[in-house]
Design a protein around this ligand. Structure first.
Ligand code: SAM
Length: 240
C-alpha cells in the first residue's frame, strides 16, 4: 500500500546560498547555451532557481534519509536532459557518485561543458539510451538510487530506471500531475521489474502553483534478464 507524506523542503534554499557562485555559473551557462541550443523552456533566472535548482534538490531529504550513515551513495539520473536533477544534487553532495544517462547528444555536450566549468569531480555523463545501458554489467543493478524527472509515463519510466537499481535501493520519479492514475497503471510492470510502490512525497515550490511529487519505488527483487525491453516494445505495451 502506497503511503502519502508531505516533504519539507524549507532547508533547501540555504543550500543554494551556500553554493551560490556555482549555481549562478550554472544558470548563466544554461541561459547562454539556450540562446543557440534548445535545452530548456525555463530561461528566467528566478524560475531557473525554483523550477530547476530547488525542484532538483527536493529529492535530497529522501536521499539523505536513505544514505543514513553511509559516506557515499551511487546515483543514476535517467534522461537527465540539460542536467536535472543530477547537476544540483552533485553540487551539494560532492561525496556521492553520480552517473548521468542521456540519449540526446547536444544535452550530453552541455552537461560535459558545465561539469568542466563548475569543476565537479563526482559525475560521469553517458550518452546512451537507458534501456540499452541497463543490460551492461557495469550498470545493471549497480546503483543505490535511480532518479528521473520529466522523462516518461511511470509505466515506461519504471522499466528504464528500476533495472539500474540494486536490491534494497530505490527509484525516485519526479511527477507533477496525475500521479494516482500513473501509479495505478504502473503497478503490474513495477512488480514484474522487482519493485514495490512505496511512498508519494508531495511538496510546493516557491512562486509556483500546484503540488509537486516524488514517487519512491523500492527495489525488493532482481529485475528479470529480459527487461528492459526495446523502447518500441516498452512504449507499445504502455499504450495498451
Ligand atoms: N530530466 C531532465 C529535466 O527534468 O529537465 C530532462 C527532461 S526531458 C523532458 C527528457 C529527457 O529524457 C530528454 O532529454 C530525452 O533525451 C531523455 N530520454 C528520453 N528517453 C530516454 C532513454 N530511453 N534513455 C536516455 N534518455 C532518454
Amino acid at each position: 500500500m502506497t503511503q502519502k507524506q508531505n516533504l519539507d523542503i524549507s532547508a533547501l534554499p540555504v543550500l543554494l546560498t551556500q553554493h551560490q557562485q556555482t549555481f549562478d555559473t550554472l544558470a548563466h551557462r544554461l541561459i547562454e547555451e539556450n540562446k543557440h541550443t534548445n535545452l530548456t523552456r525555463i530561461t528566467d533566472p528566478e524560475q531557473i532557481r525554483s523550477r530547476h535548482f530547488l525542484d532538483s534538490l527536493a529529492a535530497l531529504p529522501v536521499l539523505d534519509q536513505l544514505a543514513g550513515n553511509k559516506s557515499s551513495l551511487r546515483i543514476a539520473d535517467v534522461g537527465s536532459g540539460a542536467g536535472f536533477p543530477v547537476l544540483p544534487l552533485a553540487i551539494v553532495r560532492p561525496d556521492w557518485q553520480f552517473t548521468s544517462i542521456e540519449a540526446t547528444g547536444k544535452k550530453v555536450n552541455f552537461q560535459k561543458k558545465a561539469i568542466a566549468e563548475l569543476g565537479l569531480k563526482n559525475i560521469t555523463v553517458i550518452h546512451a539510451r537507458a534501456e540499452e545501458l541497463a543490460h551492461e554489467k557495469l550498470y545493471r543493478e549497480q546503483f543505490d538510487i535511480a532518479v528521473a524527472r520529466a522523462v516518461a509515463d511511470l509505466r515506461i519510466l519504471a522499466e528504464l530506471s528500476l533495472p539500474f537499481v540494486k536490491i534494497g535501493g530505490l527509484m525516485l520519479a519526479f511527477k507533477s500531475r496525475d500521479i494516482e492514475k500513473e501509479l495505478t497503471g504502473a503497478v503490474t510492470i513495477i512488480k514484474t521489474l522487482g519493485g514495490e510502490s512505496d511512498i508519494i512525497w508531495s511538496y510546493s515550490l516557491p512562486d509556483t502553483e500546484g503540488k509537486f511529487h516524488l514517487i519512491s519505488i523500492a527495489k525488493t527483487a532482481a529485475t528479470p534478464i529480459d527487461y528492459p525491453r526495446s523502447y518500441s516494445i516498452i512504449s507499445k505495451k504502455a499504450a495498451n
